[in-house]
Design a binder for this molecule. Structure first.
Ligand SMILES: NC(=O)c1ccc[n+]([C@@H]2O[C@H](COP(=O)([O-])OP(=O)(O)OC[C@H]3O[C@@H](n4cnc5c(N)ncnc54)[C@H](OP(=O)(O)O)[C@@H]3O)[C@@H](O)[C@H]2O)c1
Length: 414
């Protein structure tokens, strides 16, 4: 007998949004579009100006917290920011047994332990994955490592500073790099929290809270990037290194230590691979060794991704996600392939003839004394494999054929 549709008969889980700015708008749009399939209903959105047209159903908006409460949400998503009203709203919902999801690092860094205690007392949850590194699941990873022991967390957690450092490495002056970051919307109108390291210190405190260590942002030894010059980056480069703003938590002994500051790294270090506005985090554990996470660590859409991940986790919908797709045996799409013939020096005309006989006009052919390298245009795997088979054998020696991994341009981003 077939199983019933996972959410067909269950009542949708009620979610309210507190704040509908850059991140809130993304979250609201996703909840309206995908909520029904996830079994989630967006019931109210709290803003200051409930009459402003935001391209979303106007009846969802209110400026009254009482109205939000009257809508009886099970989860409140706080996307207002700062400590001010956010702390009292979060306290209010947690105290009524409503779980809270937030992207607010300032709130968690300054009030996290107190709010977590309120959540615990009222048998509810406070989730804050989105508050550090946006869509990169750093907090989920730390949670998953609870059976191991985390020895250190190190990371590039401020994308704006990383962008500025990437420009300095190209020879830009600091003020020009900052102006460019501003032009691209990577820094706040007042960039001081980013470039002074304060934002990184707050994020470090959130990561500390995720492993049960309470740290005040003011107690983090913090240095910013504002004094760095392109010459500093050039000197680092000459010694095979680079400079990154690293936030670092050392838990290797009984006295946790936290620091943020420009740090010299070998250019081959995994954290040095975070370029432009990327974030990267290294977690060192006793059993698992060193783990690395890297990706887009900011922006409304990656932040919305993390917020929604927390919501789905809290309502336990992941395992029942009805969007699960089965394997219909679809062929892998065409890709460029690299063929390498080794151990002989084939005649380029023979190689070209063999490829053309299989309908493949190569993009590149390079023949040397003892090998030939060919790059095909995008072709299906069976065609690339057929070319390899035709080129192998006693006349030509060994042929290695592999698809070339290229950035995806066909992924649906909407
Ligand atoms: N933006 C990002 O890329 C990003 C990345 C990571 C984390 N975050 C975090 O995500 C949170 C939200 O950021 P954001 O950029 O979306 O903020 P935002 O664009 O400034 O939006 C704030 C929203 O909160 C509402 N609001 C402010 N004060 C309020 C009050 N007293 N009562 C009711 N509503 C109030 C505003 O209402 P009105 O619209 O009516 O003014 C607005 O809708 C922050 O904690 C931020 O640090 C943001």
């Amino acid at each position: 007998m077939s199983q019933p549709e996972p959410f067909a008969t269950t009542r949708p889980r009620r979610v309210a949004l507190l704040g509908c700015g850059s991140v809130g708008r993304e979250v609201a749009a996703r909840l309206i579009e995908h909520g029904p399939r996830l079994g989630i209903q967006l019931v109210k959105i709290l803003v200051r100006d409930a009459l402003r047209d935001r391209g979303l159903p106007p009846d969802l908006f209110t400026a009254s917290i009482d109205e939000v409460e009257a809508a009886d949400p099970e989860i409140a998503i706080e996307l207002i920011g700062g400590v001010g009203p956010a702390a009292s709203l979060v306290t209010r919902f947690l105290s009524r047994g409503v779980s809270v999801v937030t992207a607010n690092k300032t709130l968690i860094a300054h009030r996290g332990p107190e709010l977590s205690a309120i959540a615990e007392r009222h048998n509810t949850d406070l989730a804050f994955e989105a508050s550090v590194c946006a869509a990169i699941p750093v907090i989920a990873s730390l949670r998953h490592l609870a059976g191991d022991r985390v020895l250190s967390i190190r990371g590039v957690v401020n994308g704006s500073c990383n962008f500025i450092l990437s420009r300095l490495a190209e020879g830009w002056r600091f003020d020009d790099a900052l102006a460019e970051a501003r032009k691209r919307g990577l820094v706040e109108p007042d960039p001081s929290a980013d470039i002074s390291g304060r934002d990184s210190a707050e994020k470090l405190c959130v990561l500390a809270a995720a492993v049960g260590v309470s740290f005040e942002p003011d107690r983090v030894q913090t240095q910013g990037i504002e004094f760095l010059t392109p010459e500093d980056l050039a000197a680092a480069r000459r010694s095979g290194r680079t400079i990154k703003l690293i936030a670092e938590l050392d838990l290797s002994d009984g006295a946790p230590r936290a620091r943020v500051g420009p740090t010299l790294l070998p250019r081959a270090h995994p954290l040095a691979q975070a370029e432009e506005e990327d974030n990267a985090v290294a977690i060192e554990t006793v059993l698992g060794g060193e783990l690395y996470l890297r990706g887009r660590g900011a922006g409304p859409r990656p932040t919305a991704s993390a917020v929604l991940g927390d919501v789905v986790r809290l309502i336990g919908a992941t395992a029942k996600n009805p969007e699960r797709r089965s394997n219909h045996g679809s062929p892998w799409p065409a890709a460029r392939h690299h063929l390498r013939i080794s151990g002989s020096s084939p005649d380029p005309a023979d190689v070209l003839g063999a490829l053309r006989a299989r309908g493949v006009e190569p993009d590149e052919i390079a023949v040397t004394r003892d090998e030939a390298r060919i790059v095909t245009p995008p072709v299906p795997w069976p065609d690339a494999a057929a070319c390899a088979t035709a080129l192998a054998g006693p006349d030509h020696g060994r042929v290695l054929v592999m698809p070339v991994l290229e950035p995806r341009s066909d992924v649906r981003r909407s």
